[in-house]
Design a protein around this ligand. Sequence first.
Ligand SMILES: Nc1ncnc2c1ncn2[C@@H]1O[C@H](COP(=O)(O)OP(=O)(O)OP(=O)(O)O)[C@@H](O)[C@H]1O
Ligand SMILES: [Mg+2]
Length: 329
Amino acid sequence: MTEALLKVKNLHTEFRTEGGIVKAVDDVSFEVNAGEIFALVGESGCGKSVTALSIMGLIPNPPGEITSGSIEFDGVDLLSLPSREMRAIRGSRIGMIFQEPMSSLNPVLTIESQLAEPLKIHENLSGNVANDRAKELIDMVGIPDSATRMKQYPHELSGGQRQRIMIAMAMACSPQLLIADEATTALDVTIQAQILDLMQDVTSQTGASLLIITHNLGIVARYADRVGVMYAGKLREVSDASDLYAEPHHPYTVGLLQSVPRLDADKGSPLSPIAGEIPDLTDLPEGCAFNPRCEWAVDKCRIEQPTLEETKPGKQVACFEHETVALRV
Ligand SMILES: Nc1ncnc2c1ncn2[C@@H]1O[C@H](COP(=O)(O)OP(=O)(O)OP(=O)(O)O)[C@@H](O)[C@H]1O
Ligand SMILES: [Mg+2]
């Protein structure tokens, strides 16, 4: 078996807020293998971005804090690294693409300087060599006329082009892991597909792993090898992507799948959103946090918290009733 590139173990990340302690990431464990595309999915506020920011060492403290757990990347324990070393890893070996490119691109710097700068810092390239490489990166992400683009500022590019520049920046130092947090959500569907195809291509060319964070199950089906389904700060199901659709074992996964439109469904057949609301993370229900919304919940679910357990090879589920759930769907 190949050794995992990223190992997140029993991660707990909390925020101290006026309303109380928010357990944004609550005992999360998963692994991403080399060259793999792993997707984290779940409704808004379930802790996907906080998981990514914990890996990147970007949790604002205060109010946030990683209170326990470990994050191992290529054999290195990231949580014990001095901040200078973590910065070096963040710039070069782990790249991240955020949802809103304008907040990550500097509006007063040209594309050339934003792309070339990290290469000078992390790869020790001289000015000219770094600029040539920056041009290559613009070509790589499929933006025509790279020589002109280099001299432009972010506002002179379209949203899709800015997102491509973000990918170029994240890929500049050939990272082993690329984290894309809702990187395409703001774009129209055709451009989304182009950008995702591009991320898939560039990572498969370099052998990098890709951690895709999304609430779009269509993206998961098309791109991911494996999936982690999060709800209220915890992973509820970890599965091969194809198996997740064929055989969801967690009621929340079943609910998510039933709430997305399908081309093969009868015309006019209603979508069924998951009933009820996402719980307040400062005031979670007793037992399994999903129990108030769950049609399979039994008494035990209202008292005890299920832990993630292997139900078959490649599948982990945190649900006392997973056998019944698997039989019924
Ligand atoms: N800086 C912060 N201060 C206080 N609470 C925070 C902070 N950042 C995140 N949280 C809380 O942590 C929880 C998880 O947030 P997170 O951003 O990870 O959600 P998400 O799954 O990425 O949702 P979305 O799909 O909307 O991006 C939320 O309840 C959020 O309010
Ligand atoms: Mg998010």
